[in-house]
Write a protein that binds this ligand. Structure first.
Ligand code: SF4
Length: 321
């Protein structure tokens, strides 16, 4: 039987640009998250290893301890941040050119909440990123409670001749789950800002987590169905796993959280894929972590094995990834 390829983000970009486009991940120090800095909550999402988000970069003087937010009126470290952006992009793109013959790039503002800063800072960073050689666009990871109409309007203007994506963590459409994971915003908030982003003509990627506390498979599929209905253009699926130095690790130690099994994850993933509109591309099928910080489940340690098992199961549906 000939297997049908699941429509991937790579397929989408190749169709659009005629060659493979490489995402270049960027972390700019000085950015944080309103769920960590106390604006919305403290401590962050229960699964988030907050430490991993800024210390190594924030040790870079003079940015140590400096954090932006939406009310910031000035940013004395903008030049330093622009330098960081250039250094990270140049080194990563050079490696991708050398090792893979890469010709085109999408700059991916990945870590932190990348719209949680004054618009002037965002404009400077986005404009600089788009000016690098062979950059076709941006992908900006953020939270739905940290975008403004002004920012979306600016991105919409950029999207007239560049590929602009905004990535939102949806995770679940159940508010009781969002409260349980200390997400700090409601499902309605995500729905509103995804729909607004679409009304500005932007491309939207939604992140979904399967295996959140107390969620049944039908709840997980309700989240998928809603995300597709809100108009997302691309999706990243993740299993919830427990890492050290998180609130979830404490819940797990107390026996209050039981991670999803690999078999259950694959079942809900396949069901979600089968509900997915064909034009919605898949950017991520699963996630894991191979270092000592992973506490559970152990199947999240080996990404290659996860993908093999997913493909084995997809094959029974006539699909491949
Ligand atoms: S929104 Fe992202 S960065 Fe902020 S606490 Fe949650 S997972 Fe961490």
């Amino acid at each position: 039987m000939k297997l049908r390829q699941v429509y991937t983000y790579g397929n989408y970009l190749k169709e659009k640009f005629g060659t493979k486009v490489y995402k270049v991940p960027i972390s700019i120090s000085g950015f944080t998250c309103p769920n960590i800095d106390g604006s919305v909550a403290v401590g962050g999402c229960t699964f988030c290893e907050n430490d991993s988000f800024s210390p190594s970069l924030d040790k870079v003087k003079p940015l140590k301890g400096f954090h932006l937010n939406l009310d910031s009126t000035e940013n004395p470290f903008l030049e330093k941040q622009l330098q960081q952006l250039a250094v990270q992009f140049e080194s990563m793109s050079a490696r991708l050119r050398r090792d893979y013959g890469a010709e085109k790039f999408l700059v991916y503002f990945q870590s932190f909440t990348n719209t949680y800063a004054p618009l002037s800072t965002l404009q400077a960073l986005y404009d600089r990123a788009l000016a690098f050689d062979d950059v076709v666009g941006l992908s900006i990871g953020t939270r739905s409670d940290s975008v403004t109409d002004e920012t979306l309007a600016y991105l919409a203007a950029l999207s007239e001749d560049k590929e602009i994506w905004i990535e939102f963590g949806i995770q679940s459409i159940y508010d009781e789950t969002l409260e349980r994971i200390n997400r700090g915003h409601s499902a309605k908030n995500v729905e509103t800002w995804i729909k607004k982003s679409k009304s500005y003509g932007l491309n939207v990627c939604g992140h979904l987590i399967f295996g959140l506390p107390n969620e049944s498979q039908s709840m997980m599929l309700d989240s998928s169905e809603a995300a597709y209905a809100w108009g997302i253009d691309s999706v990243k699926y993740h299993p919830l796993y427990v890492v050290t130095r998180t609130a979830l690790a404490n819940e797990y130690a107390r026996g209050e959280f039981c991670p999803i099994s690999e078999a259950d994850y694959i079942e809900v993933l396949v069901a979600s894929l089968k509900m997915k509109p064909d034009h919605v591309s898949v950017q991520r099928m699963t996630a894991g972590i191979s270092d000592d910080s992973l506490i559970a489940p152990s199947w999240c340690r080996d990404k290659n094995m996860q993908l093999k098992h997913i493909n084995d199961r997809l094959k029974t549906e006539g699909l491949k990834y």
